[in-house]
Write a protein that binds this ligand. Sequence first.
Ligand code: NAD
Ligand code: ZN
Length: 351
Amino acid sequence: METNNITVDLDLALRNAAGLRGKSDLFLLADSNSCNYCLPKVMQTFELEDSKILVLPAGEQHKTLQTVEKIWNFLIESHATRNSLLLILGGGVLTDMGGFAASTFKRGIPYVNIPTTLLAMVDAAQGGKTGFDYQGLKNEIGMFAPALKTIVYPMFLQTLPSEQLLSGYAEILKHALIASPLELIRVLNFDIDNIDYEQLAELIDRSIDIKQYIVEQDPEETGLRKSLNFGHTIGHAIEEYSLMNKEAKPMLHGYAVMYGMVGELYLSMVKLGLEQQTLTQVVHFMTEHYGKPVCPCKDYGQLLELMRHDKKNTEQGQINFSLLRQVGNCRVNQECTDQEILDALDFLFNI
Ligand SMILES: NC(=O)c1ccc[n+]([C@@H]2O[C@H](COP(=O)([O-])OP(=O)(O)OC[C@H]3O[C@@H](n4cnc5c(N)ncnc54)[C@H](O)[C@@H]3O)[C@@H](O)[C@H]2O)c1
Ligand SMILES: [Zn+2]
């Protein structure tokens, strides 16, 4: 199926973006997969010489200072100037890292995100957080530097592996949970195994609107933006443990967030009186699509330790949660006792 007018007309959006700078001043960043699957479509709009395109290896393990240097070197060697524009075609790894490289090159050149994964469309490529991993710590170095524009073309998702699609879908579910009961129903009822791209495009549009609205109110995350961390306190601990520990199976971000959300919905019920029905619905959705979570470590204490070291905590040793009083009503800076967190983990890993 080829529907060009979903969310954006890609051709028109690319021409508009290119028009922001002279065509000769355009550079493009891709990774090996976005180069294979998405670049041909972009090249239908305008031809870019090979020398203006940098293709990087795919994967989080390449989200490093060395790769950022490769991008700077490429821009220098191909004579980019402060009037140049960088197009970033790829998933969240590329939009984070490319956005950082552009925003620091010659004190900052503009960049346009063209996300090619669901996670990047609704989350990573929105909201201006850029950066890379450093000394084994995720996103340790980075800055707030919004893209000039983000072009969302959902048909790129046709080649995305299903687990990557589910990973991004967890962030769509998160946005719905913090935004509105009606959106939650739409997200839970969408047939993710048999995708209708028109419907998915609508879900993506609304999901982006939710994130943008929150980011506009609080661009540098002093308060409201922390609601976007819902599910991420427990989620990050599970993700980090699975990445650190050679015996544990590495877990995609969105899967960890899905499990984290269930743990934090449980905490929301205990601490803020969230109705049980929401937890029940989300548990059902999780088991159907993501499978039951398996605890990656021998005792929950290890996960608790990782939560204590989360960079979202403002005070040493205190674990910060964003929890729901109701669907659409998120409370930030919520503290929970160790026992409450352990109970939530126990609930999660015994589903
Ligand atoms: N800046 C933010 O606010 C923010 C928010 C959330 C996540 N992130 C970051 O985003 C990153 C994760 O993003 P991601 O999940 O997109 O990972 P990713 O960029 O690694 O992409 C996942 C995989 O899909 C491949 N791929 C990309 N587009 C494809 C396509 N159309 N068809 C087939 N394969 C394709 C990629 O090559 C890669 O192998 C993490 O580094 C995370 O820290 C940033
Ligand atoms: Zn996330």
